[in-house]
Write a protein that binds this ligand. Structure first.
Ligand code: HEC
Length: 154
Protein backbone atom coordinates (compact mmCIF):
# COMPACT_ATOMS: atom_id res chain seq x y z
CA UNK A 1 0.00 0.00 0.00
CA UNK A 2 1.27 3.48 -0.82
CA UNK A 3 1.58 5.74 2.18
CA UNK A 4 1.79 9.47 1.75
CA UNK A 5 2.75 11.75 4.57
CA UNK A 6 0.21 14.54 4.45
CA UNK A 7 0.99 16.33 7.68
CA UNK A 8 4.13 18.21 8.48
CA UNK A 9 4.16 18.26 12.24
CA UNK A 10 7.56 19.88 12.59
CA UNK A 11 10.68 18.38 14.10
CA UNK A 12 10.42 15.64 16.68
CA UNK A 13 12.14 15.69 20.08
CA UNK A 14 12.17 19.48 20.32
CA UNK A 15 10.53 19.48 23.73
CA UNK A 16 11.64 17.57 26.82
CA UNK A 17 9.43 14.77 28.12
CA UNK A 18 8.52 16.99 31.10
CA UNK A 19 7.48 19.86 28.78
CA UNK A 20 5.27 17.51 26.73
CA UNK A 21 3.59 16.30 29.93
CA UNK A 22 3.19 19.95 30.91
CA UNK A 23 1.48 20.67 27.59
CA UNK A 24 -1.00 17.85 28.25
CA UNK A 25 -1.71 19.36 31.69
CA UNK A 26 -2.03 22.84 30.14
CA UNK A 27 -4.76 21.51 27.84
CA UNK A 28 -6.38 19.26 30.44
CA UNK A 29 -6.24 19.06 34.24
CA UNK A 30 -4.68 22.53 34.70
CA UNK A 31 -7.33 24.20 32.46
CA UNK A 32 -4.96 26.93 31.23
CA UNK A 33 -6.16 26.50 27.63
CA UNK A 34 -9.61 27.81 28.64
CA UNK A 35 -8.15 31.34 28.48
CA UNK A 36 -4.61 31.01 27.11
CA UNK A 37 -5.45 29.72 23.62
CA UNK A 38 -4.76 30.55 19.97
CA UNK A 39 -1.42 31.40 18.35
CA UNK A 40 -0.41 33.81 21.12
CA UNK A 41 -1.83 31.78 24.01
CA UNK A 42 -4.46 34.41 24.74
CA UNK A 43 -8.19 34.63 24.02
CA UNK A 44 -7.91 38.45 24.28
CA UNK A 45 -10.68 38.44 26.90
CA UNK A 46 -10.75 39.85 30.44
CA UNK A 47 -11.05 37.90 33.71
CA UNK A 48 -10.91 38.56 37.42
CA UNK A 49 -8.51 35.95 38.86
CA UNK A 50 -8.37 37.53 42.32
CA UNK A 51 -4.80 38.75 41.77
CA UNK A 52 -3.57 40.58 44.89
CA UNK A 53 -3.46 44.29 44.15
CA UNK A 54 0.00 45.46 45.11
CA UNK A 55 0.82 48.16 42.57
CA UNK A 56 0.61 51.93 43.07
CA UNK A 57 -3.09 51.77 42.05
CA UNK A 58 -4.04 49.31 44.82
CA UNK A 59 -7.76 49.48 43.94
CA UNK A 60 -7.41 49.12 40.17
CA UNK A 61 -10.86 48.30 38.76
CA UNK A 62 -9.34 47.04 35.50
CA UNK A 63 -11.72 46.42 32.58
CA UNK A 64 -14.63 47.93 34.54
CA UNK A 65 -13.21 51.39 33.89
CA UNK A 66 -14.00 50.89 30.20
CA UNK A 67 -17.23 48.87 30.24
CA UNK A 68 -18.82 49.87 33.60
CA UNK A 69 -20.16 46.31 33.80
CA UNK A 70 -20.18 44.76 37.28
CA UNK A 71 -18.65 41.50 35.98
CA UNK A 72 -15.59 43.41 34.74
CA UNK A 73 -14.57 44.76 38.14
CA UNK A 74 -10.88 43.94 38.68
CA UNK A 75 -10.82 41.92 35.43
CA UNK A 76 -7.62 42.09 33.37
CA UNK A 77 -6.73 40.92 29.89
CA UNK A 78 -5.35 37.43 29.36
CA UNK A 79 -1.71 38.04 28.43
CA UNK A 80 0.34 36.09 25.91
CA UNK A 81 2.55 33.32 27.28
CA UNK A 82 5.15 33.51 24.51
CA UNK A 83 8.65 33.93 26.00
CA UNK A 84 6.98 34.24 29.39
CA UNK A 85 10.22 33.24 31.15
CA UNK A 86 11.74 36.56 30.02
CA UNK A 87 9.19 39.01 31.41
CA UNK A 88 9.09 38.89 35.21
CA UNK A 89 7.35 40.31 37.23
CA UNK A 90 3.94 38.81 36.42
CA UNK A 91 0.30 39.98 36.37
CA UNK A 92 -0.94 43.52 35.63
CA UNK A 93 0.64 44.89 38.80
CA UNK A 94 3.69 42.64 39.06
CA UNK A 95 2.25 40.84 42.09
CA UNK A 96 4.37 37.71 41.45
CA UNK A 97 8.10 37.54 40.85
CA UNK A 98 8.38 33.94 39.64
CA UNK A 99 6.40 31.54 37.46
CA UNK A 100 6.41 29.10 40.41
CA UNK A 101 4.42 31.69 42.41
CA UNK A 102 1.99 32.14 39.50
CA UNK A 103 1.47 28.36 39.23
CA UNK A 104 0.87 28.06 43.02
CA UNK A 105 -1.63 30.93 42.81
CA UNK A 106 -3.53 29.26 39.95
CA UNK A 107 -3.35 25.85 41.66
CA UNK A 108 -5.22 27.43 44.60
CA UNK A 109 -7.95 28.52 42.19
CA UNK A 110 -6.74 32.15 42.16
CA UNK A 111 -7.05 34.68 44.97
CA UNK A 112 -9.81 36.06 47.19
CA UNK A 113 -12.26 38.25 45.33
CA UNK A 114 -16.06 38.23 45.53
CA UNK A 115 -16.09 38.99 41.81
CA UNK A 116 -13.69 36.19 40.79
CA UNK A 117 -14.49 34.49 37.48
CA UNK A 118 -16.30 31.15 37.74
CA UNK A 119 -13.66 29.43 35.56
CA UNK A 120 -11.17 29.76 38.43
CA UNK A 121 -11.13 26.53 40.44
CA UNK A 122 -8.54 24.78 42.65
CA UNK A 123 -6.54 22.40 40.45
CA UNK A 124 -4.99 19.96 42.94
CA UNK A 125 -1.75 19.70 40.95
CA UNK A 126 0.99 17.51 42.41
CA UNK A 127 4.52 18.88 42.91
CA UNK A 128 5.64 16.89 39.85
CA UNK A 129 2.78 18.28 37.74
CA UNK A 130 3.67 21.86 38.72
CA UNK A 131 7.23 21.15 37.56
CA UNK A 132 5.96 19.80 34.23
CA UNK A 133 3.73 22.82 33.69
CA UNK A 134 6.73 25.05 34.38
CA UNK A 135 8.81 23.05 31.88
CA UNK A 136 6.11 23.68 29.26
CA UNK A 137 6.12 27.43 29.97
CA UNK A 138 9.91 27.38 29.50
CA UNK A 139 9.39 25.66 26.11
CA UNK A 140 7.41 28.72 24.91
CA UNK A 141 10.59 30.76 24.70
CA UNK A 142 11.44 31.53 21.09
CA UNK A 143 14.59 32.80 19.53
CA UNK A 144 15.90 36.03 20.94
CA UNK A 145 14.54 39.10 19.18
CA UNK A 146 17.39 41.50 18.49
CA UNK A 147 16.57 44.95 19.73
CA UNK A 148 18.70 48.03 19.58
CA UNK A 149 17.93 50.64 22.16
CA UNK A 150 17.39 53.98 20.46
CA UNK A 151 19.64 56.77 21.63
CA UNK A 152 17.52 59.10 23.71
CA UNK A 153 17.62 62.87 23.34
CA UNK A 154 19.65 64.51 26.13
C1 HEC B 1 -9.98 32.18 33.54
C2 HEC B 1 -8.94 32.49 32.56
C3 HEC B 1 -7.54 32.01 32.85
C4 HEC B 1 -7.12 30.72 33.15
C5 HEC B 1 -7.97 29.46 33.30
C6 HEC B 1 -5.68 30.79 33.29
N1 HEC B 1 -5.24 32.07 33.09
FE1 HEC B 1 -3.32 32.72 33.15
N2 HEC B 1 -3.98 34.62 33.12
C7 HEC B 1 -5.28 35.02 32.88
C8 HEC B 1 -5.38 36.47 33.05
C9 HEC B 1 -6.64 37.30 32.88
C10 HEC B 1 -4.11 36.90 33.43
C11 HEC B 1 -3.69 38.35 33.77
C12 HEC B 1 -4.12 38.70 35.18
C13 HEC B 1 -3.62 40.05 35.65
O1 HEC B 1 -2.89 40.74 34.92
O2 HEC B 1 -3.96 40.45 36.76
C14 HEC B 1 -3.24 35.72 33.45
C15 HEC B 1 -1.90 35.74 33.73
C16 HEC B 1 -1.05 34.65 33.62
C17 HEC B 1 0.39 34.71 33.71
C18 HEC B 1 1.22 35.96 33.91
C19 HEC B 1 1.53 36.57 32.56
C20 HEC B 1 2.20 37.92 32.59
O3 HEC B 1 2.75 38.34 31.57
O4 HEC B 1 2.17 38.61 33.64
C21 HEC B 1 0.86 33.42 33.54
C22 HEC B 1 2.30 32.97 33.55
C23 HEC B 1 -0.31 32.58 33.37
N3 HEC B 1 -1.44 33.36 33.41
C24 HEC B 1 -0.26 31.22 33.17
C25 HEC B 1 -1.38 30.40 33.28
C26 HEC B 1 -1.32 28.97 33.45
C27 HEC B 1 -0.04 28.15 33.46
C28 HEC B 1 -2.61 28.54 33.59
C29 HEC B 1 -3.08 27.16 33.91
C30 HEC B 1 -2.60 26.61 35.16
C31 HEC B 1 -3.46 29.74 33.51
N4 HEC B 1 -2.68 30.83 33.32
C32 HEC B 1 -4.86 29.71 33.59
C33 HEC B 1 -6.34 34.20 32.56
C34 HEC B 1 -6.35 32.84 32.81
Amino acid sequence: MLRVQVLNLGKFNQMSEAAVKGMVLFKGKARCILCHNGPNFTDNRFYNLGVPQVGPQKKDLGRYKVTHLEKDKRAFKTPTLRSITETTPYMHDGAFKTLEEVIDFLDNGGGDDANKHSLMKPLALTKAEKGELLAFLHALKGEEIPFEFPSLPE
